[in-house]
Design a protein around this ligand. Structure first.
Ligand code: GDP
Length: 425
């Protein structure tokens, strides 16, 4: 049985917490896309962690945690992340890395920085983790698969060839120091030593696991609206954030994904530039940002203040649909307990007409939010474990969102901790 946990918004919906929680009943947890460019915050018995590359199942001894072929694999980063867990008292997790995963090269990070510098004010607000240059090279067929580390002669020759084209850009476009193929080869040999204990044929491993009836969890990074095809292009990430891509990025048959759990946040937050229709500003935004998440709405990777807004039904319904959500989890609901009234964005006004359908980017940029207001519940709901014990106004808010989404809200998260969850059905 394969279940996917994915974001239905702009990312930071709290997928890490839900994955950590569901990992208790899973055998295998897989990252299938993205890289170390976003963080998942997890608070459990070992402490508070911001994972970037490791799957959020690493805290349980019974799980196998996999970096799938779809991931941008920063090998030293992975190595450091494992060491940092162990140094904080977490037992060494069982990790596998796909031999088909491609390697995030040191120059991908440099090219990301140089390009942002070159674009100046017109930049994409990249986290400068090398993700866009990595996926560009992958699809331009000049990337390096993990498996290539084990054929030294071929690797040496390919590094030389790739450096030739990279050095033309470095010299003439960016005016930066050139790459040295011999040094790069030596660095790759260090990468090989770090990765070797983990490398395996992941899709064969998963095929066997499926035959044995193992419970598999696909963990998405970011959310629907950052998908390069279906999101707010070009302010998107460079790999698909959708559950469907889990089949490709892990190497399993698409029909094995039976349950798609879309994580939806009780209000909106986004990092980086791009249209954000229900965004709020000023004191109203500062207060929500300060109270948001478990330590305020600040990026887990960059520490940048996140943009915040009210719940956006148009974007979230679309986000669930494009994920193929079979159920939703509504997170960080506890944060809204301070409000007398809670606005919900139920429509977009574009060129004088109101729509409930999420538009393409050029129309999205013209959209103005249409808000409806729900009464607040004015109390702290943390600690409540049964749905019926929630205040009536809080249940009305959840049920209004469920109606807007068109997907059952199966769980409500009312705190950052592993056990702060209310199951509905
Ligand atoms: P992810 O990338 O989707 O895993 O999301 P992040 O971990 O980056 O962001 C979610 C933030 O919300 C983190 O700071 C979490 O600790 C926090 N969080 C998750 N669920 C809840 C919740 O139900 N209530 C509160 N207050 N915080 C939550």
């Amino acid at each position: 049985m394969v279940r996917a946990i994915v974001g239905a918004n702009w990312g930071d919906e709290g997928k890490g917490k839900i994955t950590d929680m569901l990992a208790r009943e899973s055998d295998i947890i897989i990252r299938f896309q993205g890289g170390s460019n976003a963080g998942h915050t997890i608070i459990n018995d070992y402490g508070r962690f911001a994972l970037h590359l490791l799957p959020s199942g690493v805290f349980y001894g019974h799980t196998t945690n996999i970096i799938g072929n779809g991931v941008a694999l920063n090998i030293p980063y992975l190595f450091r992340e494992v060491e940092s867990l162990v140094s904080q008292g977490v037992p060494k997790p069982r990790i596998l890395v796909s031999d088909r995963a491609q390697i995030l090269m040191p120059y991908h990070i440099l090219f990301d920085q140089y390009e942002e510098e070159r674009l100046g004010g017109k930049s994409f607000g990249s986290t400068k983790s090398g993700i866009a240059p990595f996926y560009s090279d992958k699809y331009a067929k000049i990337g390096f698969q993990v498996s290539e580390l084990f054929d030294e002669a071929a690797l040496k020759e390919k590094i030389k060839r790739v450096c030739e084209t990279k050095n033309i850009l470095l010299e003439h476009l960016y005016h930066k120091p050139l790459l040295n193929p011999d040094e790069l080869f030596e660095e790759m040999m260090q990468y090989r030593a770090m990765a070797e204990p983990y490398v395996c044929d992941v899709s064969a491993f998963l095929a066997q696991a499926l035959r044995e009836g193992k419970r598999i969890l696909l963990e998405g990074q970011l959310g629907s609206l950052k998908d390069p095809d279906h999101g707010i292009y070009p302010m998107v990430t460079s790999s698909s954030t959708l559950a469907a891509y889990g089949a490709i990025g892990a190497g399993i048959p698409p029909y094995e994904i039976r349950q798609i759990t879309a994580v939806v946040k009780a209000y909106s937050s986004a990092v980086g530039a791009g249209a954000f229709v229900s965004e709020i500003f000023g004191d109203e935004a500062d207060e929500l940002r300060r109270r948001g998440g478990d330590k305020g709405e600040f990026g887990a990777t960059t520490g940048r203040p996140r943009r915040v807004g009210w719940f956006d039904a148009v974007a979230s319904r679309y986000g669930c649909r494009i994920q193929g959500a079979t159920e939703a989890v509504l997170t960080v609901l506890d944060v809204l307990g301070y409000l007398d009234e809670i606005p919900i964005c139920t429509g977009y006004e574009i060129d004088g007409a109101v729509t409930r359908d999420f538009p393409v980017t050029c129309r999205l940029e013209k959209a103005k939010p249409v808000f409806q207001t729900m009464p607040g519940w004015k109390c702290d709901i943390r600690g409540i474990r049964e749905y019926d014990k929630l205040p009536a106004a809080c249940r009305a808010y959840i049920e209004a969102i469920e109606k807007e989404l068109g997907v059952p809200v199966a769980m409500v998260s009312n705190g950052p901790g592993r056990d702060e969850i209310i199951y509905r059905r």
